[in-house]
Design a protein around this ligand. Sequence first.
Ligand code: SAM
Length: 367
Amino acid sequence: MHIVNGIINSMLLNLLKALLFQTQRQAPVSDAEKCRMALTAGHLDAASRILRKTIKHNVNEPELWFLQGEIEWRRGDHMAALAAYQKASDYAPANPCYRLKIGECHHRLGNDEEAALLCKVLLAQDPNFNPARALLCDIELPGPGYMEVLAHLHDTLRPSTYLEVGVAAGHTLCLAARSTSAVGIDPNPVINVALGPNTKIFKMTSDEFFGNENAQSVLQGRSINMAFIDGMHRYEFVLRDFRAIEKYCDASSVVLIHDCYPTDRESATNVQLTKFWSGDVWKSIVALKKYRPDLKIHTIATGPTGLALVSNLDRNSTVLHEHMDEITAEMNATDFSALERRKRELLNCYPNEWREIDSLVARRGVH
Ligand SMILES: C[S@@+](CC[C@H](N)C(=O)[O-])C[C@H]1O[C@@H](n2cnc3c(N)ncnc32)[C@H](O)[C@@H]1O
């Protein structure tokens, strides 16, 4: 009986396989697929011809309108693309990709306010929908990215000493010139690039480094010419890092603070909730501007999350130490909406253009 059952089962299985194989072989290529193939090959007119034929009979099909949008987008007709993506979205309102395309069209058409608003709605719905964050970044922080800006600052300032908090894979630490004495601090460094011969890594938190290591002897008695704070993305940590670093700076030093320009509320939380996380580093800029008006602070509008350049440092200042409790209470009570209302002003945003950056560097320390 078992043997008979086994034979029947295997015959049925073979029949099923044969049927499946036949269906796969004979499955006709849909018009949408043909259109997609023509688009991929760059044959816009052919794609358009295929689509025109099929869309007449399937007007409610969102994917066809999306393809229509893609054709118009590639033709550079952003107005026509917007209309088509809008139709796709009308027929599939829950699809975030169609809505993002609408945002991209608005951006190309110069309606940045509308585009940004749409991105924020999409991020509120799904805080990990990074394409919306990328579009927000294109809108608010165009131009060279922070790594390029950092590399340019190394080239311009030629620091003989450089300290970096938050090293990760070493992609920013390796921007230091070979002749620079570089110090990297990170409890979990995962270096996968070649670092300069004068680079030392300290596998510990910045609090541990400044609390336990003899920074003076690590620096061989020299000042820190340039520092980059990119460790824990919480304002309390950044302020502590800044306060500790400033003790080793002089009048011409610069301290750079990364991630101080968050594009959206969802990635700007004090505790990490999103994969892409700026944290509330922005509060450290607000606090420094208020409590240390003697500092020169400019946030270069470089993507993806801004880079503040702080100069006119004073190693003898005790203000942050004395007011830390007050600052913490004030910043804990400050909501992201306060930043959203006056972002450019509160962060003292600065143009992300080489000429402007060079002029800022040349004027550092001078009010
Ligand atoms: C965003 S990554 C740094 C990226 C790197 N600077 C770059 O641009 O390629 C942040 C790093 O900070 C480190 N970090 C977290 N908490 C820290 C702390 N308290 N002190 C120093 N580094 C810390 C993390 O281990 C992580 O590697």
